[in-house]
Design a protein around this ligand. Structure first.
Ligand SMILES: NC(=O)c1ccc[n+]([C@@H]2O[C@H](COP(=O)([O-])OP(=O)(O)OC[C@H]3O[C@@H](n4cnc5c(N)ncnc54)[C@H](OP(=O)(O)O)[C@@H]3O)[C@@H](O)[C@H]2O)c1
Length: 129
């Protein structure tokens, strides 16, 4: 089981073409401005590779402050961080985070219980582009 990290779509495509053993997991910093790493995620999906996104909060502070994201959070009764984690799950990503706060950890784990609508997903997909 091979995990790789910080790869471009070109590197991953080449690896998937040439490697005898394909990676099982790709772990990338995930920027909303890059369509949430859409190209790399699509290659992962095509090859059955797990995509782990990290720095979803710290690399996307403008998304957390976005009025529409905040409105979605208010509507579903949570905070913008949880909305981003749930969005990540619903588009097929395994979100990674880290915290020193027990409260944040509890909130972040609760993201699994949320449901975002198709419209919410479409809005967040393009929020930073
Ligand atoms: N492969 C690589 O090169 C690489 C590089 C970097 C990271 N990673 C992995 O990815 C993991 C996550 O990366 P990251 O730390 O950049 O993730 P992140 O989710 O963008 O940032 C974590 C920060 O967000 C805060 N946070 C967490 N939950 C929150 C909440 N509900 N509300 C407000 N703030 C919240 C935490 O602060 P508080 O402590 O105040 O909650 C923490 O400082 C790392 O632990 C590491 O395993 C991998």
């Amino acid at each position: 089981m091979i995990g790789i990290s910080n790869v471009t779509a070109g590197q991953l495509a080449q690896l998937c073409t040439e490697a005898t053993v394909k990676p099982m997991v790709v772990q990338n910093r995930c920027y909303a401005a890059l369509g949430w790493d859409q190209e790399v995620r699509e290659i992962c999906r095509a090859h059955g590779i797990i995509y782990q996104g990290f720095s979803l909060l710290t690399a996307n502070r403008e998304v957390l402050a976005d009025p529409e994201v905040r409105a979605i959070a208010k509507r579903v009764g949570t905070g913008p961080a949880q909305v981003i984690f749930r969005f990540a799950m619903q588009i097929g990503m395994l979100p990674l985070t880290g915290t020193t706060s027990a409260q944040h950890m509890k909130e972040d784990l609760q993201a699994e219980q949320l449901t975002l609508s198709t419209e919410d997903i479409q809005r967040i997909e393009t929020v930073g582009v």
